[in-house]
Design a binder for this molecule. Structure first.
Ligand code: GLU
Length: 467
């Protein structure tokens, strides 16, 4: 183990479906760790399993990474493309005496397992070819097996789990190259990590046992073992392993639901990692603070309330132009109609008063209705209730007073207060029909903000339409 080399981390997803939220968090941890140390972060698509790997699943991973802003160095590497190199290493292990050709047939192995099960003895397969004289080798198909140590222990020094010990007598001689010449996952991962110069392997703790077997390959090849950091998996709010019944497990589902990427990054960073009591932080801070010491050993539980809360804070803290840009990407991802030029202009003027208390983009869009719609404004059912004849009369008396005044909150405030007082109503009673006339909705920014964003002519026109 050494960390003297410049840091190089990776995410190595298998493209067999959508991008899981756990994969996204693992990618994020690796990205933060590398980016905070001037290191490199690489992407390797583990597409060795040809039957289960699909180009669509690879695309979903790339889209998920891009949405979360997790940029990788160089091209994404295809594991399958390295298959000749994997085979070469398997043969090198043979040449070093660290592996052997095993001619046992599937039927023989199956028969052994069945007998062992019946006799209740160990089903761990011990190949008779391990120490066979090559002169006795038949001219038949073979697999290459690792000549794994059968006594003693393999010790993993894990940055999260601490020292973890595996008994060697419980591990079999794993296959590294199949009889068709294709590598197994266990070999491919080690060869690729070595060739890519990976210094730190940060991944789910479902791979902890693999680390023991992989360590044997590193040792057999005389390669430097990376720093291991096996992180606890994400659990649902009820403490059970995360599954669809808890809610969305796919990264893209979160994008389609309208969570902002910065909030998602913040939340996923906190999911299993901590920096004192800090909950809300920027990605820049996360890069600076992220370390392996802050990763907890207990499984992290998904907490949708906390996610929404952080997302709301990130929306409120976002730069208006950046937020508008992200909102347009959200519309596209959610399959909603794009903004036209007028809507974009008015949204960019309105953004300052939409950001508060919006947890997701749909909340923001709901509040933005007044800026997105055009005349005639059709009030929804709840808003229509505030436009009775009395209210319409009051709005009618207000309209002429809005002509020929300077269009600032300072000027408008006394006018609205006076009109409310003259009609014997509180300001709230005046605001409701105003919201209905200007936005057609009940949940809107303040009436002043709407009037200022819409401008004098449009405000007067909407009030006239409603009265
Ligand atoms: N391809 C493996 C997975 O998707 C990850 C392997 C690794 O990180 O070493 O679970």
């Amino acid at each position: 183990m050494s960390s003297a080399r410049p840091v190089i981390t990776r995410i190595a997803p298998s493209p067999t479906g959508y991008m899981h939220i756990g994969t996204a968090r693992t990618a994020l941890f690796n990205w933060l760790f590398a980016r905070g140390r001037g290191g490199k972060f690489l992407l390797r698509i583990e597409d060795t399993d040809r039957e289960r790997s699909t180009p669509e699943a690879t695309d979903a991973i790339l889209r998920g990474m891009k949405w979360l802003g997790l940029d990788w160095d160089g091209e994404a590497v295809s594991q399958f493309d390295q298959k000749d190199r994997h085979a070469e290493v398997a043969h090198e292990m043979l040449a070093r005496g660290a592996a052997y050709k095993c001619f046992a047939t599937q039927d023989e192995i199956e028969a052994f397992r069945q007998a062992a099960t019946e006799q209740k003895t160990s089903t761990l397969y011990r190949s008779p070819w391990r120490d066979a004289d090559p002169a006795t080798h038949p001219d038949a198909p073979y697999v290459i097996r690792m000549k794994a140590p059968q006594t003693g222990e393999t010790v993993i020094e894990d940055a999260v789990q601490g020292t973890v010990t595996f008994r060697n007598d419980l591990l079999d001689d794993m296959i590294v190259l199949r009889s068709d010449g294709t590598p197994t996952y266990m070999l491919a991962v080690v060869v690729d990590d070595h060739d890519m110069g990976i210094t730190h392997v940060i991944r789910g703790d479902d791979h902890l046992q693999n680390a023991a077997r992989q360590t044997m390959v590193y040792t057999a090849m005389g390669w430097e073992i990376p720093v291991w950091a096996h992180i606890p998996l994400i659990f649902g709010p009820d403490g059970k392993k995360l599954s669809k019944r808890h809610g969305a497990t796919g990264v893209e589902e979160y994008q389609v639901m309208g969570y902002p990427a910065a909030g998602m990054r913040n939340y996923l960073t906190r999911l299993g990692w901590s920096h004192g009591d800090d909950e809300f932080f920027t990605t820049e801070q996360a890069k600076e603070w992220f370390n392996l010491e802050g990763i907890g050993r207990a499984p992290a539980r998904l907490d949708f309330k906390k996610l929404e809360n952080l997302c709301g804070q990130h929306i409120a803290a976002s730069d208006d132009a950046a937020l508008l840009h992200e909102l347009e990407a959200y519309l596209n991802a959610a399959g909603l109609p794009p903004l036209n030029g007028t809507q974009r202009d008015s949204l960019s003027r309105a953004m300052y008063c939409l950001k508060d208390r919006a947890k997701k983009f749909p909340d923001l869009i709901e509040k933005a209705e007044f800026a997105l719609n055009s005349r005639p404004v059709v009030p929804d059912e709840a808003a229509a209730k505030s436009l009775d004849s009395v209210s319409r009369g009051i709005l009618k008396s207000l309209t002429p007073r809005l002509q020929n005044v300077s269009w600032t909150k300072e000027t408008l405030e006394p006018i609205l207060t006076e009109v409310a007082a003259a009609n014997g109503i509180g300001f709230g009673k005046l605001a409701a029909p105003l919201r209905a006339a200007l936005a057609g909705r009940t949940a809107t920014p303040s009436v002043y903000d709407m009037m200022l964003v819409l401008g004098q002519d449009e405000t007067i026109a909407r009030l006239s339409d409603a009265t």
